[in-house]
Write a protein that binds this ligand. Sequence first.
Ligand code: NCD
Ligand code: ZN
Length: 346
Amino acid sequence: MHELVLTRPDDWHTHLRDGAALATTVPHTARQFARAIVMPNLAPPVTTLEQADAYRERICAHIPRGCAFTPLMTLYLTDATTPETLIGAAASGRIAAVKLYPAGATTHSSAGVTSMDRIQPALAAMEEMDLPLLVHGEVTDGTVDIFDREKVFIERCLEPLAVRFPALRVVFEHITTADAVEFVRAAPHTIAATITPQHLLLNRNDLLTGGIHPHHYCLPVLKREHHRRALMEAAASGHPRFFLGTDSAPHEQGRKESACGCAGIYSAHAALPLYAEAFEAAGALDKLEGFCALHGAAFYRLPVNTERVRLVREPWTVPDSYPLGDGKVVPLRAGAALNWRLGHEH
Ligand code: NCD
Ligand code: ZN
């Protein structure tokens, strides 16, 4: 197989950042994807419709000419988010979903939710308005081992949530474990999950052997090979409730190569080639289009894109870095070869 023509896909989870970083992130994402769910974890976070509208404008100013790209905006849920804010956001038609960060779980999550009890009225409003909830699924309990935080989150938070709000659509973001795969498979049709390229391609040895590899550090952290396999099987199975979400999360090079490095892997430069490589290795290229372009649209109840993209089996070398504002970002696979590249669009 030398060429793949796919329905133009969507990225259901990306961090575009703000300001000068948008000049890098937006063109990378917009060249491959028709739409992207834009995470709201700016500093300060995007908590109101007005802030999301202003952020959308700043993003749209960086869409390359001739590229049809629609950012899908999200709100950042806090303990203080009112049902009225969520009802207004849903009614506007300009907010695609709401993101739940457990406070302290990840980058810019300090304004996040401190306990599920506090957000029950907000969740009820979202269920009522059919506004999807996107979840960073890790507990922040310091007594729970970092490799177990996703599994414990399922037990403590997601299972009760699914019972309490049976009609609420929930996306369990960037899943990393066999436990999460099992949970989603057994869950009702209201619960889906995104899977990143790094969690399909890498395991924790890629983070911690032969030295520490800060550019492979993200949250949830890479897990054992057994979990990577379970994720790949889920993605390659064609199950409609698993779909593409890169979690592309750029940090300036020095903030990753540091005594206390930031979590986040930048993959927007080559998202589709990276997924194609993972699916090819699994012998499942025939399932790539569903995962990238069909399942997410169906879950979000949005039309499937009509444009197409072409992937060509032609090796290229990823640059060592890309500019990011005043600094640089080191992308996934920096300085190494990728087998697939994006061809011209039809
Ligand atoms: C993300 C970021 O940097 O914004 N980092 C990450 O490791 N994935 C936040 C997140 O999605 O957890
Ligand atoms: Zn993320």
